[in-house]
Every structure is written in C-alpha cells, then in structure tokens.
Design a protein around this ligand. Structure first.
Ligand code: SF4
Ligand code: SF4
Length: 103
C-alpha cells in the first residue's frame, strides 16, 4: 500500500527530501504523497523514509491501497531505470523482506 500523510502533519517539510521517488509535495494545507509514485521505499530502502523522518509520526500505511512488493518494485523501476532485477531485492531494499538478514 502506498504511504499517506494524515491531518496531523505540521508541514515541517522534513520528509520531502528523504523520499527517493519525489512523491512528496506541499499540498493545499499539508504535505501530501502521490500514491502513483510512492513505492513504500521498495527498491531503495529497508523502511519508509518519510515515516522515519517525520517528527509527529503522521506518515502511515494507506490501508485503502494495499499493493504487493511486485507492484511497488515495478513502480520503482519506472522512477529509476538502473534498478537491478527483482531477485536482488533484499532486507536492505524492501521492507517486505525485513528479518531476512537475520535468518
Ligand atoms: S514511503 Fe518512501 S517512496 Fe513513499 S512517500 Fe515515503 S519516502 Fe517516498
Ligand atoms: S515530516 Fe511529517 S509533519 Fe513534517 S511535512 Fe512530512 S508528514 Fe508533515
């Protein structure tokens, strides 16, 4: 699922520069995430970087947009044409694989 920003956003802007797909921008009142470019950071990081950066914990999974790792990775490839093959996704580049490194 894409990540969404709730109404608790204080528009501090801390998340914007952390997004590897430039999916975050200032909306009318608060910052917003474009669900068509958010990959939940799949392909780039082990967790959602906006959520890590947010001081008020208002970057949350959007339960109305549940998406698979395949879907999110395909989206990542449209953003970054140099992405490796899906088989190379790891615990460092997909939160779906969290825990793999410890196994
Ligand atoms: S989850 Fe990742 S890709 Fe999605 S908006 Fe946040 S930082 Fe950007
Ligand atoms: S870091 Fe959090 S509070 Fe700051 S702009 Fe992003 S979503 Fe809003």
């Amino acid at each position: 699922m894409a990540t969404r920003i709730t109404e608790d956003c204080t528009s501090c802007g801390a998340c914007e520069d952390e997004c590897p797909t430039n999916a975050i921008s200032l909306g009318e009142d608060i910052f917003v995430i474009n669900p068509d470019t958010c990959t939940e950071c799949v392909g780039f990081h082990d967790s959602q970087q906006c959520a890590l950066a947010c001081p008020v914990d208002c970057c949350l999974p959007d339960s109305t947009r549940v998406e698979s790792e395949d879907t999110l990775f395909a989206r990542a490839k449209t953003v970054d044409g140099t992405m490796p093959a899906a088989e190379e996704l790891s615990a460092e580049t997909s939160h779906f694989r969290a825990g793999e490194a410890a196994e």
